[in-house]
Design a protein around this ligand. Sequence first.
Ligand SMILES: Cc1ncc(COP(=O)(O)O)c(C=O)c1O
Length: 390
Amino acid sequence: MKWTQARRAQKMNPSVIREILKVTEKPGIISFAGGLPSPKTFPVSAFAAACEKVLREDAHAALQYAASEGYATLREMVAAGLPWKVDPAQVLITTGSQQGLDLIAKILIDEGSRVLVETPTYLGALQAFTPMEPEIVGVASTDEGVDLADLRAKAAGARFFYVLPNFQNPTGRTMTEAHRAALSEQAAQLGLPMVEDNPYGDLWFDTPPPLPLTARNPEGCVYLGSFSKVLAPGLRLGFMVAPPSLYPKLLQAKQAADLHSPGFNQRMVAEVMKDGFLDRHVPTIRALYKSQRDAMLAAMKRDMPEGVEWNTPAGGMFLWVRLPEGMNAIDLLPKAVERNVAFVPGWAFYADKADARTLRLSFVTSSVDQINFGIAALAEAIREMRKETS
Ligand SMILES: Cc1ncc(COP(=O)(O)O)c(C=O)c1O
């Protein structure tokens, strides 16, 4: 039997990261490559109690088909927890924020549509957008934010600009208040809608990040949030806040995709979150991740040879590193794996021309001892490669 695949299926690629992670699945390896939250942060006993309660008090509804919009109590909680006035009617519960990206791709992208992304950007968004056959264009970006002149030059006809203002994946960057204000103003002037993805915003270390872009222009933005990083990714629960002009179409796409996100999980999350649980729980995640970030920064400072550059993320899970001139992170990976340490080469995160010198390190799933060992091993691999290339 010959199956003829749709053109869009041919556009789908295995996640480069998954492929890389296979190489790194050797016993004893210290992996800075994954994008997983630390399992130590999963509130297991709170879930056990909530699970028992939902089954005892609300089992029939929890196990039945339900509304595509999501569980009303959870939608209200989401709306009330956001730092601008949100009508719960504009909240759509999704099967992870990844589904939000997929629904956006389905309703906003035609073949050839221009979609703008930061440089670099979240790989999972590129995967969600690509099957719709858009022209994905990277907007020049630095630690300070998006290059507004480049944005202006590329915005004509774009369907939307996909942005991650807080502790970005992969770079760990955060946009300043001034930059957000300027970007919002620019986007409004250009008539450019924005899709704001914010799974890491609660994971700040010293001070909360400035207000989301959506708060400044709710009509011109779709906002994506997630329970993956503050509760657990296995729940597969996230949400979107969409303007009334877009919500009904997103809802239809959601219905077609999976009817609704698991009602049982939604009730469990609502049960866990009531009475301000996140206000007590999230600070423990921040403290853990901050100590791991600090350990990684100290190890980098101690061990890295001259010419290696990295940033200081103010939250989230990732550190972004740039190798010295003439070096390439893809060639470095096997040398690092030989020394039992893994990372993700940065090229996977670029929509167009990649900076081959970049790489992403996650600091959240390794202990401080592992971070110390792993960074020393990575530094050694870099020194060896430098000898070979010089
Ligand atoms: C920037 C970004 N957006 C979306 C997601 C998807 O998250 P989830 O579907 O678990 O909510 C991730 C996951 O790592 C991410 O880093």
